[in-house]
Design a protein around this ligand. Structure first.
Ligand code: HEC
Ligand code: HEC
Length: 345
Protein backbone atom coordinates (compact mmCIF):
# COMPACT_ATOMS: atom_id res chain seq x y z
CA UNK A 1 0.00 0.00 0.00
CA UNK A 2 2.70 2.46 1.05
CA UNK A 3 4.54 1.39 -2.05
CA UNK A 4 1.58 2.37 -4.22
CA UNK A 5 1.19 5.75 -2.56
CA UNK A 6 4.86 6.37 -3.12
CA UNK A 7 4.61 5.44 -6.79
CA UNK A 8 1.70 7.85 -7.24
CA UNK A 9 3.75 10.53 -5.50
CA UNK A 10 6.67 9.79 -7.78
CA UNK A 11 4.52 10.08 -10.87
CA UNK A 12 3.02 13.34 -9.60
CA UNK A 13 6.46 14.75 -8.95
CA UNK A 14 7.65 13.83 -12.43
CA UNK A 15 4.53 15.22 -14.01
CA UNK A 16 4.67 18.55 -12.25
CA UNK A 17 8.37 18.84 -13.04
CA UNK A 18 7.63 18.55 -16.73
CA UNK A 19 5.27 21.48 -16.56
CA UNK A 20 7.63 23.85 -14.78
CA UNK A 21 8.84 26.66 -17.01
CA UNK A 22 12.64 26.48 -17.00
CA UNK A 23 12.88 30.27 -16.74
CA UNK A 24 11.13 30.42 -13.42
CA UNK A 25 12.54 27.22 -12.00
CA UNK A 26 14.77 28.04 -9.04
CA UNK A 27 18.38 26.89 -9.23
CA UNK A 28 18.67 23.25 -8.17
CA UNK A 29 19.87 22.88 -4.62
CA UNK A 30 23.34 21.52 -3.95
CA UNK A 31 23.80 22.43 -0.33
CA UNK A 32 24.28 19.25 1.60
CA UNK A 33 27.23 17.91 -0.39
CA UNK A 34 29.29 15.79 1.94
CA UNK A 35 30.97 12.44 2.33
CA UNK A 36 28.60 9.98 3.98
CA UNK A 37 29.60 6.80 5.82
CA UNK A 38 26.53 5.48 7.64
CA UNK A 39 27.11 4.01 11.08
CA UNK A 40 28.09 0.37 11.02
CA UNK A 41 29.03 0.34 7.32
CA UNK A 42 32.45 -0.76 6.09
CA UNK A 43 34.99 1.85 5.06
CA UNK A 44 34.45 3.10 1.50
CA UNK A 45 36.96 2.08 -1.12
CA UNK A 46 37.22 5.62 -2.54
CA UNK A 47 37.55 8.44 -0.04
CA UNK A 48 37.99 11.65 -2.12
CA UNK A 49 41.48 12.06 -0.63
CA UNK A 50 42.99 13.25 -3.93
CA UNK A 51 39.78 14.76 -5.22
CA UNK A 52 38.26 16.82 -2.41
CA UNK A 53 34.48 16.87 -2.58
CA UNK A 54 33.13 20.42 -2.95
CA UNK A 55 29.80 21.95 -3.88
CA UNK A 56 31.39 23.46 -7.02
CA UNK A 57 32.90 20.13 -8.06
CA UNK A 58 29.54 18.45 -7.55
CA UNK A 59 27.73 21.10 -9.62
CA UNK A 60 30.24 20.72 -12.46
CA UNK A 61 29.98 16.92 -12.28
CA UNK A 62 26.19 17.15 -12.40
CA UNK A 63 26.34 19.38 -15.46
CA UNK A 64 28.68 16.94 -17.20
CA UNK A 65 26.54 13.94 -16.23
CA UNK A 66 23.59 15.52 -18.03
CA UNK A 67 25.70 16.93 -20.91
CA UNK A 68 24.84 15.44 -24.35
CA UNK A 69 28.03 17.00 -25.79
CA UNK A 70 29.82 14.03 -24.24
CA UNK A 71 28.43 11.97 -27.15
CA UNK A 72 29.53 12.10 -30.78
CA UNK A 73 26.25 13.45 -32.18
CA UNK A 74 25.39 15.47 -29.05
CA UNK A 75 22.26 13.42 -28.40
CA UNK A 76 23.05 11.25 -25.39
CA UNK A 77 24.16 12.06 -21.87
CA UNK A 78 25.03 9.75 -18.99
CA UNK A 79 21.66 10.69 -17.52
CA UNK A 80 19.79 9.25 -20.51
CA UNK A 81 20.88 5.73 -19.62
CA UNK A 82 21.12 6.33 -15.86
CA UNK A 83 17.84 7.93 -14.77
CA UNK A 84 17.36 9.44 -11.33
CA UNK A 85 13.75 8.31 -10.82
CA UNK A 86 14.80 4.66 -11.06
CA UNK A 87 17.93 5.00 -8.88
CA UNK A 88 19.98 5.82 -12.00
CA UNK A 89 19.20 2.55 -13.76
CA UNK A 90 17.66 2.61 -17.24
CA UNK A 91 13.89 2.31 -17.03
CA UNK A 92 12.41 -0.27 -19.36
CA UNK A 93 15.59 -0.97 -21.33
CA UNK A 94 16.97 -4.46 -21.05
CA UNK A 95 20.03 -3.52 -23.12
CA UNK A 96 21.17 0.09 -23.35
CA UNK A 97 20.69 2.25 -26.45
CA UNK A 98 23.57 4.47 -27.53
CA UNK A 99 24.11 7.01 -30.31
CA UNK A 100 22.08 6.30 -33.47
CA UNK A 101 19.93 3.95 -31.42
CA UNK A 102 22.66 1.31 -31.40
CA UNK A 103 22.02 -1.53 -29.01
CA UNK A 104 24.58 -2.24 -26.29
CA UNK A 105 25.20 -5.67 -24.86
CA UNK A 106 24.42 -5.15 -21.19
CA UNK A 107 21.81 -3.72 -18.84
CA UNK A 108 22.66 -0.33 -17.31
CA UNK A 109 23.13 -0.85 -13.56
CA UNK A 110 21.73 1.62 -11.03
CA UNK A 111 24.21 4.11 -9.54
CA UNK A 112 24.53 4.69 -5.79
CA UNK A 113 27.02 3.93 -3.01
CA UNK A 114 29.68 3.78 -5.74
CA UNK A 115 32.49 4.79 -3.37
CA UNK A 116 32.25 1.28 -1.88
CA UNK A 117 32.71 -0.47 -5.24
CA UNK A 118 36.19 -1.99 -5.61
CA UNK A 119 35.57 -2.23 -9.37
CA UNK A 120 32.88 -1.32 -11.89
CA UNK A 121 30.83 -2.92 -14.66
CA UNK A 122 29.17 -6.34 -14.58
CA UNK A 123 32.54 -7.98 -15.16
CA UNK A 124 34.56 -5.68 -12.90
CA UNK A 125 36.63 -4.62 -15.91
CA UNK A 126 37.24 -1.10 -14.57
CA UNK A 127 38.84 -0.57 -11.21
CA UNK A 128 38.66 3.16 -10.52
CA UNK A 129 35.73 5.55 -10.32
CA UNK A 130 37.90 8.31 -11.85
CA UNK A 131 38.51 6.42 -15.09
CA UNK A 132 35.12 4.73 -15.40
CA UNK A 133 33.52 7.48 -17.60
CA UNK A 134 36.09 6.87 -20.33
CA UNK A 135 34.33 3.59 -21.13
CA UNK A 136 30.86 4.93 -21.98
CA UNK A 137 32.24 8.08 -23.65
CA UNK A 138 34.45 6.15 -26.07
CA UNK A 139 32.33 2.99 -26.49
CA UNK A 140 31.12 2.95 -30.13
CA UNK A 141 27.67 1.64 -29.12
CA UNK A 142 27.29 4.13 -26.26
CA UNK A 143 28.53 7.70 -26.73
CA UNK A 144 31.20 7.02 -29.40
CA UNK A 145 33.22 10.20 -28.75
CA UNK A 146 36.88 11.05 -28.03
CA UNK A 147 38.08 13.01 -24.99
CA UNK A 148 39.79 15.45 -27.37
CA UNK A 149 36.46 16.31 -29.00
CA UNK A 150 34.63 16.43 -25.67
CA UNK A 151 37.13 18.98 -24.36
CA UNK A 152 36.91 21.06 -27.54
CA UNK A 153 33.12 21.08 -27.34
CA UNK A 154 33.06 22.02 -23.66
CA UNK A 155 35.47 24.91 -24.32
CA UNK A 156 32.98 26.31 -26.80
CA UNK A 157 30.03 26.14 -24.46
CA UNK A 158 29.26 29.07 -22.23
CA UNK A 159 29.52 28.46 -18.49
CA UNK A 160 31.94 25.55 -18.52
CA UNK A 161 35.10 27.62 -18.20
CA UNK A 162 33.61 29.34 -15.18
CA UNK A 163 32.41 26.07 -13.69
CA UNK A 164 35.88 24.50 -14.06
CA UNK A 165 37.44 27.59 -12.47
CA UNK A 166 35.00 27.46 -9.57
CA UNK A 167 35.65 23.76 -9.06
CA UNK A 168 39.40 23.52 -9.65
CA UNK A 169 40.86 27.04 -9.28
CA UNK A 170 41.53 27.85 -12.94
CA UNK A 171 39.56 27.45 -16.13
CA UNK A 172 41.56 24.79 -17.93
CA UNK A 173 39.42 21.89 -19.09
CA UNK A 174 41.21 18.54 -18.91
CA UNK A 175 40.28 14.88 -19.05
CA UNK A 176 41.33 14.37 -15.44
CA UNK A 177 39.17 17.25 -14.23
CA UNK A 178 36.17 15.97 -16.18
CA UNK A 179 36.57 12.55 -14.59
CA UNK A 180 37.14 13.96 -11.12
CA UNK A 181 34.05 16.17 -11.30
CA UNK A 182 31.98 13.19 -12.47
CA UNK A 183 33.42 11.16 -9.58
CA UNK A 184 32.33 13.90 -7.17
CA UNK A 185 28.79 13.86 -8.53
CA UNK A 186 28.43 10.08 -8.79
CA UNK A 187 30.32 9.47 -5.56
CA UNK A 188 27.75 11.65 -3.74
CA UNK A 189 24.88 9.38 -4.72
CA UNK A 190 24.28 7.71 -1.40
CA UNK A 191 21.39 5.38 -0.70
CA UNK A 192 21.13 4.58 3.00
CA UNK A 193 17.71 5.87 4.06
CA UNK A 194 15.31 3.11 3.02
CA UNK A 195 12.72 1.64 5.37
CA UNK A 196 15.13 -1.26 5.89
CA UNK A 197 17.74 1.21 7.18
CA UNK A 198 15.20 2.85 9.47
CA UNK A 199 14.27 -0.55 10.90
CA UNK A 200 17.97 -1.29 11.49
CA UNK A 201 18.25 1.98 13.40
CA UNK A 202 15.16 1.20 15.46
CA UNK A 203 13.22 4.08 13.87
CA UNK A 204 10.65 1.93 12.05
CA UNK A 205 9.30 -1.62 12.23
CA UNK A 206 8.79 -4.25 9.57
CA UNK A 207 5.28 -5.58 8.94
CA UNK A 208 4.88 -9.29 9.73
CA UNK A 209 5.34 -10.22 6.04
CA UNK A 210 8.41 -7.98 5.67
CA UNK A 211 9.94 -9.53 8.77
CA UNK A 212 9.35 -13.06 7.47
CA UNK A 213 10.83 -11.98 4.14
CA UNK A 214 13.87 -10.50 5.87
CA UNK A 215 14.47 -13.73 7.80
CA UNK A 216 14.41 -15.66 4.52
CA UNK A 217 16.69 -13.12 2.92
CA UNK A 218 19.28 -13.54 5.65
CA UNK A 219 19.13 -17.33 5.26
CA UNK A 220 19.08 -17.62 1.49
CA UNK A 221 20.34 -14.47 -0.17
CA UNK A 222 22.53 -12.40 2.13
CA UNK A 223 25.59 -14.54 1.67
CA UNK A 224 26.01 -12.93 -1.77
CA UNK A 225 23.72 -9.89 -1.42
CA UNK A 226 25.49 -8.98 1.80
CA UNK A 227 24.22 -6.40 4.28
CA UNK A 228 24.38 -3.46 4.53
CA UNK A 229 25.36 -2.71 0.90
CA UNK A 230 23.32 -5.72 -0.29
CA UNK A 231 26.28 -7.04 -2.26
CA UNK A 232 29.66 -8.49 -1.32
CA UNK A 233 31.06 -7.30 -4.70
CA UNK A 234 32.19 -10.83 -5.55
CA UNK A 235 31.74 -12.45 -8.97
CA UNK A 236 29.31 -15.36 -9.03
CA UNK A 237 27.51 -17.56 -11.50
CA UNK A 238 23.90 -17.55 -10.30
CA UNK A 239 22.69 -20.12 -12.82
CA UNK A 240 21.43 -18.01 -15.71
CA UNK A 241 21.40 -19.63 -19.14
CA UNK A 242 23.86 -18.07 -21.58
CA UNK A 243 22.07 -15.61 -23.86
CA UNK A 244 22.89 -17.04 -27.32
CA UNK A 245 22.77 -13.65 -29.06
CA UNK A 246 25.25 -12.06 -26.63
CA UNK A 247 27.59 -14.95 -25.63
CA UNK A 248 28.69 -12.87 -22.65
CA UNK A 249 31.09 -14.86 -20.48
CA UNK A 250 31.23 -12.12 -17.83
CA UNK A 251 34.30 -12.04 -15.60
CA UNK A 252 36.17 -14.42 -17.90
CA UNK A 253 36.29 -11.66 -20.52
CA UNK A 254 38.60 -9.77 -18.16
CA UNK A 255 40.68 -12.55 -16.59
CA UNK A 256 40.71 -15.12 -19.40
CA UNK A 257 40.31 -17.72 -16.65
CA UNK A 258 37.76 -20.47 -17.49
CA UNK A 259 36.89 -20.67 -13.77
CA UNK A 260 35.39 -17.20 -14.18
CA UNK A 261 33.09 -18.17 -17.05
CA UNK A 262 29.58 -16.73 -16.67
CA UNK A 263 30.39 -15.04 -13.38
CA UNK A 264 29.05 -11.52 -12.93
CA UNK A 265 29.42 -8.95 -10.18
CA UNK A 266 26.77 -9.50 -7.50
CA UNK A 267 24.48 -6.45 -7.82
CA UNK A 268 23.26 -4.50 -4.80
CA UNK A 269 19.58 -5.07 -4.13
CA UNK A 270 19.03 -1.59 -2.74
CA UNK A 271 16.22 0.13 -4.71
CA UNK A 272 15.63 -3.14 -6.56
CA UNK A 273 11.85 -2.49 -6.75
CA UNK A 274 12.68 0.38 -9.14
CA UNK A 275 15.49 -1.05 -11.24
CA UNK A 276 13.69 -3.48 -13.56
CA UNK A 277 14.65 -5.09 -15.90
CA UNK A 278 17.03 -7.39 -14.00
CA UNK A 279 20.32 -9.26 -14.51
CA UNK A 280 23.31 -8.31 -16.67
CA UNK A 281 21.21 -8.56 -19.84
CA UNK A 282 17.93 -7.34 -18.37
CA UNK A 283 16.22 -10.66 -19.11
CA UNK A 284 13.69 -10.51 -16.25
CA UNK A 285 11.07 -7.81 -15.89
CA UNK A 286 9.68 -8.61 -12.46
CA UNK A 287 10.96 -9.71 -9.08
CA UNK A 288 8.57 -12.66 -9.36
CA UNK A 289 10.48 -13.82 -12.42
CA UNK A 290 13.80 -13.35 -10.59
CA UNK A 291 12.64 -15.45 -7.65
CA UNK A 292 11.19 -18.11 -9.94
CA UNK A 293 14.62 -18.28 -11.54
CA UNK A 294 16.19 -19.05 -8.15
CA UNK A 295 13.39 -21.56 -7.39
CA UNK A 296 13.05 -23.44 -10.67
CA UNK A 297 15.34 -21.98 -13.32
CA UNK A 298 18.92 -22.63 -12.21
CA UNK A 299 21.04 -23.94 -15.11
CA UNK A 300 23.80 -26.35 -14.10
CA UNK A 301 27.32 -25.58 -15.32
CA UNK A 302 30.85 -26.10 -14.00
CA UNK A 303 31.11 -22.60 -12.50
CA UNK A 304 27.60 -22.50 -10.95
CA UNK A 305 27.89 -21.35 -7.35
CA UNK A 306 27.78 -24.32 -4.97
CA UNK A 307 25.07 -22.62 -2.89
CA UNK A 308 22.73 -22.72 -5.87
CA UNK A 309 23.25 -26.34 -7.01
CA UNK A 310 19.71 -27.24 -5.92
CA UNK A 311 18.19 -23.82 -6.53
CA UNK A 312 16.60 -21.93 -3.64
CA UNK A 313 13.39 -23.75 -2.78
CA UNK A 314 10.59 -21.62 -1.33
CA UNK A 315 6.81 -21.69 -1.14
CA UNK A 316 4.60 -19.15 -2.94
CA UNK A 317 3.95 -17.49 0.41
CA UNK A 318 7.68 -17.25 1.10
CA UNK A 319 8.22 -15.74 -2.32
CA UNK A 320 5.63 -13.03 -1.60
CA UNK A 321 7.19 -12.34 1.82
CA UNK A 322 10.61 -11.99 0.25
CA UNK A 323 9.24 -9.51 -2.31
CA UNK A 324 7.62 -7.50 0.50
CA UNK A 325 11.03 -7.32 2.17
CA UNK A 326 12.77 -6.28 -1.08
CA UNK A 327 10.33 -3.35 -1.35
CA UNK A 328 11.65 -2.01 1.97
CA UNK A 329 15.02 -1.42 0.24
CA UNK A 330 13.62 1.48 -1.80
CA UNK A 331 15.12 4.77 -0.66
CA UNK A 332 12.71 7.60 -1.45
CA UNK A 333 15.00 10.20 0.14
CA UNK A 334 17.50 9.37 -2.58
CA UNK A 335 14.95 9.17 -5.40
CA UNK A 336 13.31 12.51 -4.54
CA UNK A 337 16.55 14.35 -3.74
CA UNK A 338 16.42 17.25 -6.20
CA UNK A 339 20.14 17.85 -6.15
CA UNK A 340 20.56 14.86 -8.46
CA UNK A 341 18.16 16.12 -11.11
CA UNK A 342 19.11 17.48 -14.51
CA UNK A 343 19.92 21.17 -13.92
CA UNK A 344 19.12 22.11 -17.51
CA UNK A 345 15.60 20.77 -17.52
C1 HEC B 1 24.13 4.06 -23.77
C2 HEC B 1 23.80 3.95 -22.37
C3 HEC B 1 24.82 4.45 -21.36
C4 HEC B 1 25.41 5.68 -21.29
C5 HEC B 1 25.24 6.85 -22.25
C6 HEC B 1 26.20 5.67 -20.10
N1 HEC B 1 26.12 4.47 -19.47
FE1 HEC B 1 26.96 3.96 -17.69
N2 HEC B 1 26.50 2.05 -18.01
C7 HEC B 1 25.74 1.57 -19.06
C8 HEC B 1 25.81 0.12 -19.09
C9 HEC B 1 25.12 -0.80 -20.08
C10 HEC B 1 26.67 -0.26 -18.03
C11 HEC B 1 27.14 -1.67 -17.69
C12 HEC B 1 28.33 -1.93 -18.61
C13 HEC B 1 29.03 -3.24 -18.40
O1 HEC B 1 28.84 -3.89 -17.38
O2 HEC B 1 29.81 -3.63 -19.30
C14 HEC B 1 27.06 0.99 -17.36
C15 HEC B 1 27.85 1.02 -16.22
C16 HEC B 1 28.17 2.20 -15.55
C17 HEC B 1 28.83 2.27 -14.26
C18 HEC B 1 29.27 1.09 -13.41
C19 HEC B 1 28.24 0.75 -12.37
C20 HEC B 1 28.55 -0.51 -11.61
O3 HEC B 1 27.75 -0.86 -10.73
O4 HEC B 1 29.57 -1.17 -11.86
C21 HEC B 1 28.99 3.60 -13.97
C22 HEC B 1 29.64 4.19 -12.72
C23 HEC B 1 28.46 4.36 -15.09
N3 HEC B 1 27.95 3.47 -16.01
C24 HEC B 1 28.52 5.73 -15.21
C25 HEC B 1 28.28 6.38 -16.43
C26 HEC B 1 28.72 7.74 -16.73
C27 HEC B 1 29.48 8.66 -15.81
C28 HEC B 1 28.30 8.00 -18.00
C29 HEC B 1 28.53 9.26 -18.83
C30 HEC B 1 29.91 9.62 -19.05
C31 HEC B 1 27.60 6.82 -18.47
N4 HEC B 1 27.63 5.86 -17.50
C32 HEC B 1 26.97 6.74 -19.70
C33 HEC B 1 25.02 2.34 -19.95
C34 HEC B 1 25.31 3.67 -20.22
C1 HEC C 1 25.55 -17.37 -4.97
C2 HEC C 1 25.30 -15.94 -4.87
C3 HEC C 1 23.88 -15.47 -4.91
C4 HEC C 1 22.79 -15.84 -4.13
C5 HEC C 1 22.79 -16.87 -3.01
C6 HEC C 1 21.69 -15.02 -4.54
N1 HEC C 1 22.06 -14.20 -5.56
FE1 HEC C 1 20.89 -12.83 -6.48
N2 HEC C 1 22.37 -12.43 -7.81
C7 HEC C 1 23.64 -12.99 -7.80
C8 HEC C 1 24.35 -12.58 -8.99
C9 HEC C 1 25.78 -12.97 -9.35
C10 HEC C 1 23.47 -11.76 -9.73
C11 HEC C 1 23.75 -11.12 -11.09
C12 HEC C 1 23.73 -12.20 -12.14
C13 HEC C 1 23.82 -11.72 -13.56
O1 HEC C 1 23.23 -10.71 -13.91
O2 HEC C 1 24.49 -12.41 -14.34
C14 HEC C 1 22.24 -11.69 -8.95
C15 HEC C 1 21.14 -10.95 -9.33
C16 HEC C 1 19.99 -10.80 -8.56
C17 HEC C 1 18.92 -9.88 -8.85
C18 HEC C 1 18.88 -8.90 -10.03
C19 HEC C 1 19.36 -7.55 -9.59
C20 HEC C 1 19.59 -6.57 -10.71
O3 HEC C 1 19.76 -5.40 -10.41
O4 HEC C 1 19.61 -6.96 -11.88
C21 HEC C 1 18.01 -9.99 -7.86
C22 HEC C 1 16.70 -9.22 -7.71
C23 HEC C 1 18.49 -11.01 -6.94
N3 HEC C 1 19.70 -11.48 -7.40
C24 HEC C 1 17.84 -11.42 -5.81
C25 HEC C 1 18.27 -12.49 -5.02
C26 HEC C 1 17.47 -13.03 -3.94
C27 HEC C 1 16.15 -12.47 -3.45
C28 HEC C 1 18.18 -14.10 -3.44
C29 HEC C 1 17.76 -15.08 -2.37
C30 HEC C 1 16.51 -15.76 -2.63
C31 HEC C 1 19.42 -14.17 -4.20
N4 HEC C 1 19.42 -13.19 -5.16
C32 HEC C 1 20.42 -15.10 -3.98
C33 HEC C 1 24.14 -13.82 -6.82
C34 HEC C 1 23.38 -14.44 -5.82
Amino acid sequence: MKQQVAYILLITVLFTQCKVDPEIKPALPADDIRVVVPEGWPRPHYNFENNPLTKEGFILGRSLFYEPALSRDNTISCGDCHQHFVAFANAGHSLSHGVNGQLGNRNAPPLFNLTWHPYFMWDGGINHIEVQPLAPITNPVEMDETMENVIAKLKNKSNYRKMFKDAFGDDSITTQRIFRALAQFMGSMYSYQSKYDMVKKGKATFSAAEQRGYNLFVQKCAICHKEPLMTDFSFKNNGLSVNPALQDSGRMRITGNPNDRNKFKVPSLRNVALTSPYMHDGRFETLEQVLDHYRFGIVQSPTLDTLLQNGIPMSDQEKQDLIQFLYTLTDYEFIYDKKFDNPNR
